[in-house]
Design a protein around this ligand. Structure first.
Ligand SMILES: NC(=O)c1ccc[n+]([C@@H]2O[C@H](COP(=O)([O-])OP(=O)(O)OC[C@H]3O[C@@H](n4cnc5c(N)ncnc54)[C@H](O)[C@@H]3O)[C@@H](O)[C@H]2O)c1
Length: 392
């Protein structure tokens, strides 16, 4: 991620110092930038001068002394609270008083990380999505002590990097992962109730319009990352997001089926005759799931859509009600840019409103017995009863 962030900053004209503890990691970061630029050159989109100036704008270093004059630091070390806290505290000692420090954490509380800093007002989350050069969204996470000046400066830096910012308040999963994990939970329960993951992917891609169905997306995210993030969600929001016993994701993770990164997950990945990535449903995955799942049966497309989308919609509504996100329109934008929500559906709130709030409430009530992620808030029930709109 560090290499991707460095590339994105450099290519948009802001020089960057890339600091690591390991020379091989610095080489990897530079190689990442060179690979992206090389592909751009092959397609005629990048010229030699841009390639040279971009690479020259990334200065690798193993020394903290190199960062003493920077305006902004984006920490992207391993996802471990202790390591991050140490690195953030060390960083603060080596930069000036007005330098802004951000963390690219995907799961760790910004309020928790802020405790390691003397100036928490100059700190916030800056959550990039992978691959950085392709994904348009950056989630900017405001901690309890983050100043509005810091938020404004990080919004400006995000725009300068050619990305779309969304400012959210700190909570487990922030906005994007907080709404994604209930969707994955809905998917896991569907599989455990006997649905075929290939059939679910097909409905969610071909009919609903996601670029990838949930099984494929989990393979891309990685079972290690997903299992870890779902533990964080379970600890942070236990009333709704308790880990599911024998969740297919955990079963795959325990069997070292990490997904695309090691070529085996829900699908087995290989290259076709032309060297393009190809995937086939893995018989090993079906074998792993069988002892923990009901007998296979067909599910109607509407039931598949309802069972994965209601949990996502419910969590998005709660994020709005709790002020994690400021408006329905911003939440929709975040899901379009951060998750690839089908653009023609307009986003999660537009999806709910297109269905009609009263219909959404009735549909969620129909599935309420499946668990807390299906149970709607009082707020949406009142909105539906009084004919209100999230876009009013
Ligand atoms: N990979 C993703 O899809 C993704 C997406 C969004 C956010 N993130 C977040 O980005 C961060 C980095 O993730 P990654 O996948 O690139 O991890 P990674 O393990 O590939 O890279 C971490 C880098 O940190 C370096 N490092 C470790 N300790 C250090 C220290 N004390 N000082 C300086 N450098 C140190 C390592 O040498 C390595 O180069 C994590 O917080 C992760 O949650 C990752």
């Amino acid at each position: 991620m560090g290499g991707g962030i460095a590339y994105q900053s450099a290519v948009k004209g802001t020089p960057v110092i890339m600091k690591d503890i390991n020379q091989a990691a610095l080489d990897l970061g530079l190689k990442e930038a060179a690979t992206i630029l090389g592909k751009g050159m092959q397609r005629g989109k990048v010229d030699v001068a841009t390639m040279a100036s971009t690479l020259n704008s990334i200065v690798p270093t193993l020394e903290y002394s190199a960062i003493k004059d920077v305006d902004l630091v984006i920490e992207a070390v391993v996802e471990n609270p202790k390591v991050k806290s140490i690195v953030l505290a060390e960083t603060e000692q080596h930069v000036s008083d007005d330098t802004i420090i951000c963390s690219n954490t995907s799961t760790i509380s910004i309020n928790h990380l802020a405790k390691s800093l003397k100036k928490p007002e100059r700190f916030c989350g800056m959550h990039f999505f992978n691959p950085v050069h392709k994904m348009p969204l950056v989630e900017i996470i405001r901690g309890e002590k983050t100043s509005e000046d810091t938020i404004s400066a990080v919004v400006a830096a995000t725009l300068k990097m050619g990305k779309t910012p969304i400012v959210v308040n700190d909570c487990p999963g922030f906005l994007v992962n907080r709404v994604l994990f209930p969707y994955f939970a809905g998917f896991s329960r569907l599989i455990m109730d006997g649905a075929d993951f290939v059939a679910v992917d097909k409905v969610m891609e071909k009919i609903f319009g996601w670029p990838m169905g949930p099984a494929y997306l989990l393979d891309v995210v990685g079972m290690d990352t997903s299992d870890h993030a779902s533990s964080v969600m379970s600890d942070g929001i236990p009333e709704r997001m308790q880990k599911i016993a024998n969740d297919p994701v955990t079963l795959l993770y325990k069997a070292d089926r990490l997904g695309q990164k090691n070529g085996k997950g829900f699908y087995n990945f290989s290259l076709d005759k032309r060297g393009r990535p190809a995937k086939v449903a893995a018989p090993e995955a079906y074998e792993l799931f069988a002892p923990h799942c009901a007998a296979k049966r067909d599910f109607d497309k509407d039931e598949i859509i309802a069972r994965v989308m209601i949990p996502m919609a419910n969590e998005a509504i709660r994020c709005l009600e709790e002020g994690i996100v400021a408006s329905a329109a911003e939440a929709d934008m975040a899901l379009l840019y951060g998750l690839g929500f089908p653009p023609f559906k307009g986003g999660i709130f537009r999806f709910i409103e297109t269905m009609g709030l009263a219909n959404f409430v009735a549909l969620a009530d129909k599935y309420a017995d499946l668990g807390p992620v299906y149970q709607i808030s009082d707020g949406v029930r009142e909105m539906a009863a009084s004919n209100k709109s999230y876009f009013a």
